[in-house]
Design a protein around this ligand. Structure first.
Ligand code: DX5
Ligand code: ZN
Length: 216
């Protein structure tokens, strides 16, 4: 499958969010990545429902909502109502992951599970067939603009092998420190959805940065 690009609005200018979303609409991007941080699961707070709903009003592309929050079950429906097309929860935040994944699917959303850098891919063996997507964190979640962790390549290889056995249509998303320098290697290691925040929005021409990730 052709790989997808999901620019993260965490790195957008929140005072010009409509402008930045329109840039994404008019670019080669496929999804809009929306990072939700609660100050509990991660040490940072990003934004909540009103910003997601406002993003939805302007975005012409699906919202890929990444929940870095404790007890995400409490808020799945609220994120769906705010406009999420896909919802990704963290493995580390979900003691009843199978139930959470079913709840996401019952809402009609694409269901994703994210793994922190220290969480092995092998832990997904008994849930992977139920998932639409796995998100491999290539930084510790909580902040944009961090340095890419090289062990990510090994984890993408592991995930690709597991998905070939148990779920060949899986979206394999990588999130954190993705830029023009590692895009080819990430795709080769098995990623098929690339999230990029700073490398897009700190670029002089963000739409060109998106184009370059889409056509490496
Ligand atoms: C990090 C978030 C990422 C973040 C990526 O916790 O999950 O989606 O926006 O930002 P960059 O691309 O700047 O590493
Ligand atoms: Zn994210």
């Amino acid at each position: 499958m052709n790989h997808l690009i999901a620019p993260s609005i965490l790195a957008a200018d929140f005072a010009n969010l409509q402008r930045d979303i329109e840039m994404i609409n008019n670019s080669d991007a496929d999804w809009v990545h929306v990072d939700i941080m609660d100050g509990m699961f991660v040490p940072n707070i990003s934004f909540g429902f009103p910003v997601v709903a406002a993003t939805k009003r302007h975005a012409t592309k699906p919202l890929d909502v990444h929940l870095m929050i404790v007890d995400p079950d409490r808020y799945l429906k609220a994120f769906k109502d705010a406009g999420a097309n896909g919802i990704t929860v963290h493995y580390e935040a979900c003691p009843h992951l199978h139930r959470t994944v079913q709840a996401i699917k019952e809402l009609g959303c694409r269901a994703g599970v994210a793994l922190n850098p220290h969480t092995p891919v092998a832990l997904l063996e008994d849930i992977i067939a139920d998932l639409d997507m796995v998100l491999i964190m290539s930084v510790n979640p909580g902040f944009g603009g961090q340095k890419f962790i090289a062990n990510t390549y090994k984890k993408l290889n592991d995930l690709k092998a597991l998905s070939e056995k148990k779920n060949p249509g899986l979206f394999i998303e990588v999130d954190g420190g993705v830029d023009q320098n590692n895009v080819k290697e990430l795709l080769q290691a098995g990623a098929n959805v690339l999230v990029a925040g700073s490398s897009v929005f700190s670029s002089a021409i963000p739409a060109d940065a998106i184009y370059n990730l889409k056509h490496p």
